[in-house]
Design a binder for this molecule. Structure first.
Ligand code: SAH
Length: 355
């Protein structure tokens, strides 16, 4: 029994400064007998100047620095590997303190440089077309593990090289909504990284209770992975549709739109032989024309053992034209980073090599 207790103390995780939102910095300073101004100083050392060594924060008094050093760590992540694709996309795999693995992807583009973050290690939704599903669900990330991804990447490539953040990596962000919202508060804080909420997108498979929470809490963009336009097909590839079918999902999206007046983005993974026929085009147009929206068509990215094939360029363009002709705002997402298994749905595909 004593040993057990000793072990549990030994493995207790030390808190990371990346897990605290600005009001918590203020409370922490108060507890340590410091003024509120110290919270601004510390926050901007961490997030504006990206310093991760308390010892070098020369504007802070030594006694405070010592207290911080003995109570906190910075990043809870260590780099496991990095893959750079021919098109400039970079994928990092990180090891967490509990040995779980997550991945983060940077996608440079003309004027739009996107950082794609994971919110869970693995995923509990088991969508049939997604590599992350193969990992199973490992855990919800805590705030420091999500913020830590951003802080790691901006040490490698500068803060100004990122102008868009998408929660579209491993996992379902709205199943970890508390950590997600706190992370967004940290990333958008004026005394810190100061990302604009309008340049942050949360992508969901359609977890309706989470959409309702997001509606009440944040001004970020919402993307919904639709992938099929009738319940039968959607439930076949996405289990979540059995619990939250299309009419329930769209009701929550209508509410979301009424409240926010922001166009919803839909994602539609193109799976030849499954969701690219005439009835799919008609169904997709009917759904999308029912709400102010646009759709990103994502050609299926293959991964080892996947059951679908990628569509040809001709198939992709023909589908896009047919949808466009029915009045839908449509964009084709050309695959990025696929040679590094960094494209949509490929995260975790190389994970088994870690075990
Ligand atoms: N759970 C969230 C975020 C992770 S998936 C969601 O479902 O939105 C991010 C995006 O990648 C989704 O739009 C999903 O439909 C797409 N995707 C998943 N697997 C894919 C694959 N193999 N090829 C292309 N896109 C894929």
């Amino acid at each position: 029994m004593k040993n057990l207790l000793f072990n549990s103390i030994m493995v207790k995780k030390i808190e990371s400064l990346y897990g605290l939102a600005f009001p918590e910095f203020k409370a922490l300073m108060k507890k340590k007998g410091e003024t509120e101004y110290r919270a601004i100083q510390l926050f901007s050392w961490i997030y504006k100047k990206n310093v991760s060594d308390v010892g070098s924060m020369y504007t802070l008094p030594n006694a405070l620095k010592e207290k911080l050093i003995s109570s906190f760590v910075f990043s809870p992540l260590t780099q496991r590997s990095v893959c750079i694709s021919k098109d400039g996309t970079i994928k990092w795999a990180f090891c967490l303190q509990d040995n779980n693995v997550i991945e983060t992807v940077y996608i440079p583009g003309e004027g739009k440089n996107t950082l794609c973050l994971s919110t869970q290690s693995g995923c509990a939704l088991y969508c049939k077309f997604c590599a992350t599903a193969r990992m199973g669900f490992r855990k919800n990330l805590d705030v420091s593990e999500i913020v830590g991804q951003v802080m790691f990447v901006i040490k490698e490539i500068k803060r100004d090289s990122i102008n868009h953040i998408v929660f579209m990596g491993m996992g379902e962000p709205l199943l970890n909504v508390k950590a997600l919202l706190k992370t967004i508060d940290i990333l958008t804080h004026k005394e810190g990284l100061n990302f604009s909420r309008r340049r942050i997108t949360v992508s969901t498979a359609g977890y309706v209770p989470g959409i309702r929470v997001l509606k009440g809490a944040s001004q970020v963009n919402l993307a919904v992975s639709l992938n099929a336009s009738c319940d039968e097909k959607r439930s076949f590839i996405m289990n979540i549709n059995k619990k939250y079918p299309l009419n329930v999902l769209f009701e929550s999206l209508d509410d979301y739109y009424t409240d926010k007046r922001r166009r919803i983005t839909f994602e539609y993974v193109l799976l030849p032989g499954f969701n690219m026929g005439e009835e799919d085009v008609q169904g997709l147009a009917r759904l999308l024309n029912s709400i102010p929206s646009k759709v990103n068509l994502i050609p299926f990215n293959i991964f080892p053992g996947s059951a679908f094939r990628s569509p040809t360029e001709v198939e992709v363009n023909a589908f896009a034209d047919r949808v466009y002709n029915l009045g839908v705002s449509v964009q084709v997402r050309r695959p990025r980073g696929s040679d590094a298994l960094a494209a949509c749905g490929q995260l975790g595909a190389s994970h088994f090599a870690y075990e």
